[in-house]
Design a protein around this ligand. Structure first.
Ligand code: CA
Length: 221
């Protein structure tokens, strides 16, 4: 999951980036930086503080929705009046979490929002013989169930959500690494090798010179 965190408090920003280690979290400290970042990369979720320098989180959110950007937005703020909360939701936020909050709750809400975005009420990500469980990081495939590393899980999630789509190595790297993380060379290959060793080589197809794909099911006539 790629998350854009917009938070000006150094301590909260740092600790969230560290704590949400199951996701690729990119952290910016104002809404103009957020705006710029969104033109460069795709995100699955925005965690938005309201009290921000230069332009408030709420103003930014209104503009975002006016432009038709539909990325789920979870507001994280210390403002706790009912009025503020209602305003945030009315302006297009998908959810609201008051600081201080428990990390488990934030994680759970992130799962709910990303599930909603993909229009899934079922928490499992399933296609064909494969089924991923985001709350346990397990993959089930043709009778085998194994827990995956976080990065391997993210690779499988990317492939399973778009069966038949071919992802290059750098596209997969972008999905599993945050900005400040050093990309280990061959990491994608190593993760894919591990997944194939556990589940069989046919689980991920290698399209020579192009990338990787989870095979789309053939239509039954
Ligand atoms: Ca703030």
């Amino acid at each position: 999951m790629r998350i854009l965190l917009v938070e000006d408090d150094e301590m909260i920003g740092q600790s969230l980036q560290k704590a949400l280690k199951t996701h690729a979290v990119n952290w910016v400290t104002d809404t103009f930086a957020a705006e710029h970042t969104l033109t460069l990369e795709a995100y699955d979720l925005i965690l938005l503080d309201l009290g921000l320098p230069k332009r408030s989180g709420l103003e930014y959110l209104i503009q975002l929705r006016q432009k038709g950007v539909t990325i789920p937005v979870l507001i994280i703020t210390a403002r706790d009046s009912v009025e503020d909360r209602v305003k945030g939701l009315d302006c297009g936020a998908d959810d609201y979490l008051l600081k201080p909050f428990a990390l488990e709750e934030l994680e759970a809400r992130i799962r709910v929002l990303t599930r909603r975005k993909q229009d899934r009420t079922n928490p499992l990500i399933t296609y064909g013989d494969a089924s991923l469980n985001p709350s346990t990081y397990t993959l089930s495939y043709r009778g085998i169930t194994e827990r995956l590393s976080i990065k391997a899980f993210n690779i499988m999630q990317t492939l399973l959500e778009n069966p038949g789509a071919i992802y290059s190595r750098s596209q997969l790297e972008e999905k599993i690494y945050a900005w400040d993380e050093e990309v280990e060379s061959n990491a994608v290959e190593v993760h894919i090798h591990t997944i194939r060793r556990k589940f069989g080589a046919e689980i991920i197809l290698n399209v020579r010179g192009v990338g990787y794909t989870f095979p789309k099911l053939k239509a039954h006539i």
